[in-house]
Design a protein around this ligand. Sequence first.
Ligand SMILES: [Zn+2]
Length: 447
Amino acid sequence: MRPNDYLDRKIETATAKESERLQQVLLARQLDYLFARSEFYQEKCRAAGIRRKDFRKLYDLARFPFTTKEELRASQAAHPPLGRHIAADWRDVIRIHSSTGTSGKPSFVGITRRDAKGWTRLTARSFYTQGLRKADVVVHAAGLTLFVAGLTSKDAIESVGAVFVPLGTGASEKALTIIPLLRVNAMHCTPSYAAYFADFVRREAGMDPRELGLKKLFCGAEPGAGIPAVRAKLEQDWGARVTEGLGNADMAPIIFSECPEQSGMHFNGPDYVVAEIIDPQTGETLPHEAGVTGELVYTSLQRECVPLLRFRTRDRVQVLGTSCACGRTGFKLRCIGRTDDMLIVLGVNVFPSAIKDVVSSFHPATTGEIQIVLDKPGPGVAPPLKVVAECCGDPAASAALKLEIERKIKATLSVSASVELVHTGALPRYEMKGQLVKRASEDKAGI
Ligand SMILES: [Zn+2]
């Protein structure tokens, strides 16, 4: 390994035992802080019949109650602005971010100076894992305002010594001018934007996206860049290496990220977060072993403003491995989707991203753009699952392709689907996060 392969070698290459020992010490300290300063958690633990002294070893964490997003929302609504779960003194808060949930109401997250320092380091470590280096010029083509991964990415990229170009969203015209002038070689964006911008470059500038010279695409904020067929298409479009990251608005902007081996996102923050994987039905903690799937649950280790205890992310993940050629020891995973997005067809769980993966694998016969159409809100769906997919030829003359896609969906996901092929460009493109599911109720809401 070369000396510049890691930002924090000791943490990133620690043995499982070393990480566990560190987490145990930090968690004991974090629980002392929580029990002393947070009425919210004092009450929660009292109701669950658990006391501070019940925590001795790291595995005791599994005895503590979960925290849900709904609880945080209710706490904030009852005690504005940051909720009853705030544990720091209001005078120590230096910045507030927010996320917009499905209800459309913003949910706020405050950070102290120490929290900001932690977020910056963990985010920098994640970018560095993805291959960010001092010589890079990175255009940030994602949210820069309230979005947690906006200003934190700026701080993180600058801290590595690379150049941060704050483009923001909805600025594709500007990006076309700026990227060659500033010799930008890397872009931070959603995978939906990377796909959208490639089309934009071809359409508006009549250029091959490769001519812009981007060599590194740092993707995140939605699953996509980790879907093999989607990644392959983006890499082909841009002539760049695509890696992805995963974070959480309530915990930290980027917590997992892929190294250039591209074999799953490494857990980068054993000194900031305990990342459990649980069975979403039973709540049982599952081992970090290749092949295990479950929901990610986060517990903070060094948070001052809003420490979280066993926070259920609703992110459904699959563990891909526990060792890597890069030398990092953080376990690797791939995000399959949000538990909220999951559909159940005759008892079989299916994530929209898995359908997109199958359809994308037919590229170049398909563009990879899909939409799942639901007549009822779900998650239960009566078969066949209706999938609209763009094909590159004439839809009317593609009966064989339609049958092949249906057969492959059945073979790989055990779900009967009815595929309708449409012309290239017929489905909506999204500049930020893509929407793979169209519900009948959304039509009514739009009128
Ligand atoms: Zn690696």
